[in-house]
Write a protein that binds this ligand. Structure first.
Ligand SMILES: Nc1ncnc2c1ncn2[C@@H]1O[C@H](COP(=O)(O)OP(=O)(O)OP(=O)(O)O)[C@@H](O)[C@H]1O
Ligand SMILES: [Mg+2]
Length: 267
């Protein structure tokens, strides 16, 4: 009846179909270097899958394969059961909110215009876009009156990142890809915005793939955590059990990151 029940894939026979699935994906550059190999991962409806791994492990590459900014050189990525190459790329990207690592706001657009990019493509009128932009700015903790008319260069890095999050949510896409979405925020704001996002996610039940280097964030936001190393998934863990995992790589990861973080932050 509703589109969300369609999206969950929970049909009468109750076999749930993943919203996103990597099947034997490989991604190589033209020079032959391999950025992803042997990549298998199924992400269920309403799940928040965290990609964790050191710099250069292939996390951003994996996200870009989902919204077809990149195309696999072998294997397939499925979104809602359909291979990304079978989707119309524009329709696919409207369906998927994307918070990119460097925020990617259009510099010559105001905050309101940036948030309104996808709604405009969807044919929303000005009043509806303004209302949505106000609502989303409030949600990410920015006073709409102060920020709607500003340009990205008139914002701090953390404010730009929050506008980037608002923009990704604008047309209410069922799938969200978030590449270190809170990376430029100070620690206090970061925890606040994370809590806001968590509440929002418990209400909206979007399917989320999020990259973070912050293990506390991974455990707090994730339903599962996929550990990536050198372009491959080494293991996938239930987020609630990650810190106690005795799987060697996960344990090593937790120990290393704990050693780098202030006391108590990862517990
Ligand atoms: N267009 C490209 N040309 C050459 N190398 C690339 C290209 N895109 C990515 N790479 C390389 O592929 C590897 C994976 O990159 P990717 O951006 O996916 O890493 P990441 O896990 O997101 O890292 P980070 O945590 O630093 O953001 C890196 O070694 C990167 O230098
Ligand atoms: Mg990256």
């Amino acid at each position: 009846m509703t589109s969300s029940s369609d999206r969950s894939g929970a049909s009468a026979n109750s076999i749930s179909k993943p919203v996103i699935e990597f099947r034997g994906v490989e991604y190589r550059l033209a020079d032959g270097s391999q950025l992803l190999a042997n990549f298998h991962l199924a992400i269920e409806s309403g799940e928040t899958m965290v990609l964790l791994g050191r710099s250069g492990a292939g996390k951003t590459t994996a996200l870009k394969l989902i919204n077809r900014l990149l195309e696999p050189t072998a294997g397939q990525v499925f979104v809602e059961g359909r291979g990304t190459l079978e989707w119309d790329p524009i329709a696919l990207r409207r369906h998927i909110g994307y918070v990119i690592q460097e925020t990617g706001l259009f510099p010559h657009y105001t905050v309101e215009e940036n948030i309104g990019v996808t709604p405009r493509l969807e044919g929303w009128d000005r009043a509806r876009i303004r209302h949505r932009a106000e609502e989303l700015l409030a949600l990410v903790g920015l006073d709409p009156r102060a920020y709607l008319e500003r340009y990205p260069h008139e914002l701090s890095g953390g404010q730009r990142q929050r506008v980037g999050l608002a923009r990704a949510l604008a047309a209410d896409p069922p799938v969200l890809l978030m590449d270190e979405p809170f990376g430029a925020l100070d620690p206090l704001t970061r925890v606040e915005v994370r809590q806001e996002f968590k509440q929002l996610q418990s209400r909206l039940q979007k399917t989320v793939v999020i990259v973070t280097h912050d293990i506390a964030e991974a455990v707090d936001l994730g339903t599962r955590i996929a550990l990536l190393e050198a372009g491959e998934i080494r293991s996938v863990h239930a987020a609630g059990k990650f810190l106690q995992s005795d799987e060697p790589l996960a344990a090593a990861y937790v120990a290393q990151i704990r050693a780098l973080q202030p006391e108590g932050e990862a517990s």
